[in-house]
Design a protein around this ligand. Sequence first.
Ligand code: MEV
Length: 431
Amino acid sequence: MHTRTTGSRIEGFYKLQRNQRLTTLAQNAGLEDHDVTELLNPTPLAFEVADHMIENAIGVLGLPLGVGLNFLINGRERLVPMAVEEPSVVAAASSAARLIREAGGFFAEADAPLMIGQIQLVGVTALDAASEDLHAAAPRLLAAANAVHPNMLRRGAGARKIEVRPLPDTACGPMLIVHLIVDVGDAMGANAVNSMTEIVSPMIEEITGGEARLRILSNLADQRLARATARIPFHLLKTERFDGPEVAQRMMEAWAFAAADPYRATTHNKGVMNGIDAVALATGQDWRGIEAGAHAYAARHGRYAPLSEWRVDKGVLLGSIELPLAVGTVGGNLECNPRVNFGLRMLGVRAARDLAAVMAAVGLAQNFAAMRALVTDGIQRGHMALHARGLAVAAGAPDSMAEQVVEGLLACGEIKLSKAREIVASIRAAA
Ligand code: MEV
């Protein structure tokens, strides 16, 4: 089959056989033969490796790995690895990215990779005086933290700043919380930050007269935010039933609903995280940390709110998103998992900031796709088409017949395996 491809825009990719998809990807993403061989390996992760990663390992878990197509981010083509079980996620992200690339694509960026390590102090008698003493001792504390990670320092990263958060009125009396702000470079940073907080806490106890309790990073990585924006002229929003300005108006109403109602904001953000988590999984990130940080950030003003914003201005729909994204492109976990390694290479990211920026753009694309479907056809139409495709395959339809079976299922409205089997049997009988 002939395919027209430029960068991440690959026409009819989903219709190709698996080996044709891999060849096309190899050409477009500059992958090597061993990447393709690796993907064809039926074991995604050797059990021996899994056995060293966690306790009580009994196997490895499979999950579909797909490619988000059509992404143009900061003028650069990106093929986005996505691991997810929900049928519509990859298709929706790719179709949103296709529309948005016609409007110039996404613009995305991420802050320097600053993580927060927290040290909890109890028994500090004068919180204000202790805070002042800590600020005065900051250079000494930072030097001690950096002394345990000379490699970080050599790479231009390391402990940067001391911040103090007095909590005068907790359920267990006053506490002083010290934040150690660490530039973690291209790592997610949990290990470095946790070990630094442990190293400096005896000094902090001495300075404040308090006793250190918890010493651990915060997943509310709000000094490590990523952002993405898209500007979509109304004419690109047109559907069969609605003209562009009407779709834009409906999108605004959908966003206003999420901004006013945490019940809706939660589902709105779930849609955002459909994309972000899929990339997080495919690139080996700590997705629980990302989830925790995203939802805490969404509630930062005292009420849970949407992570994205949509508004209209002079014939253009403007979308933006901002959230903490503590992600890494280096670290043992990433290096020992060949598929994760492949995902990072296909995406072409080296720096953690670049990965975070791409993930923010994917979250915005996913949110756009969900909202556009919800305000026009409703979400079920697209879902049902994909579900029908799955049923056609389950009913034994070969590739050459699948499309016909899907059409038959959608036309009769009975999206069931028994109906798919009936249609397959009748096509075979007619042939
Ligand atoms: C489903 O996985 C995600 C959506 O519910 C998101 C949304 O409602 O915005 C469609």
